[in-house]
Design a protein around this ligand. Structure first.
Ligand SMILES: [Zn+2]
Length: 249
């Protein structure tokens, strides 16, 4: 049951029929981990906090750099050379929504700790900028049976896909046969503009909302590719691979 206060606070979201009051109640009961608090991670984390997701874990080890300010929306000039980004982000999100639990965890995600960092949540949000961490999260997601929403950015181009263990392809189904495809470009080499960050974060957030409120039939059927300079959006089917080293039988 939602309180009067919650009904008022989340009124516009509750009025959106596919969510409604039952969807809002589920969001308030949900637990999400955001791995990486850079561009996409910060943008999605802010939407999660505003939407009233009850518990948000923020994992990152980096400090803010001057070049981050152009696109990483939770941070300000005064945050430079202070604390790790996950702590700054946690404080800012607490000011946006003091009625949810936000836990910053200072850690660099890798194969050795990914399972521990993502355990106990309903959805894993991919906000990391390197494929070693993405693959570690993918392995943990499959092992623990937790859905993950992958996202990647380069220039004006972005990708996102929901990985549902046992149901859909995983990141290894997508990339392990062609590893060059995964690591070809990153924000550090190809640059990135604000519109691609916020578009991909929004597409990621829609998938998180659908997963948390039990509406997997609404999810895109595969990998979403978006180009914000040429205004293109398409969905590419990604078959599960029976011989996948991570999710195959
Ligand atoms: Zn797979």
């Amino acid at each position: 049951m939602l309180t009067e206060h919650q009904l008022a606070r989340y009124e516009r979201q509750i009025l959106f029929r596919p969510l409604g009051a039952p969807g809002q109640a589920r969001l308030l009961d949900s637990r999400v981990v955001v791995c990486g608090c850079g561009a996409i991670g910060a943008a999605t984390a802010e939407m999660l906090a505003r939407a009233g997701v009850g518990y948000i874990r923020l994992v990152d080890f980096d400090c803010l750099e001057l070049s981050n300010l152009q696109r990483q929306t939770l941070y300000e000039e005064g945050d430079l050379q202070t604390r790790p980004k996950c702590e700054i982000a946690a404080e800012r999100l607490s000011r946006i929504n003091s009625e949810i639990v936000i836990e910053p965890v200072i850690a660099k995600i890798g194969a050795d700790n990914a399972a521990q960092l993502v355990e106990g949540v309903d959805v894993i949000v991919d906000g990391v900028d390197n494929f070693a961490a993405k693959f570690a999260m993918n392995q943990a997601a499959i092992t623990l049976g937790i859905p993950m929403v992958y996202a990647a950015l380069s220039g004006s181009y972005g990708l996102t896909m929901a990985v549902r263990p046992g149901e859909t392809a995983c990141l290894c189904c997508l990339y392990c046969a062609e590893p060059d495809k995964a690591s070809s470009e990153t924000a550090a080499t190809a640059g990135v503009i604000g519109p691609s960050v916020n578009t991909v974060a929004s597409l990621q957030m829609s998938q998180v909302l659908q997963l948390l409120t039990g509406q997997p039939e609404c999810l895109p059927q595969g990998l979403l590719q978006v180009e914000v300079w040429d205004y293109e959006l398409r969905t590419i089917r990604v078959p599960r691979r029976a011989d996948c080293a991570v999710c195959g039988a």
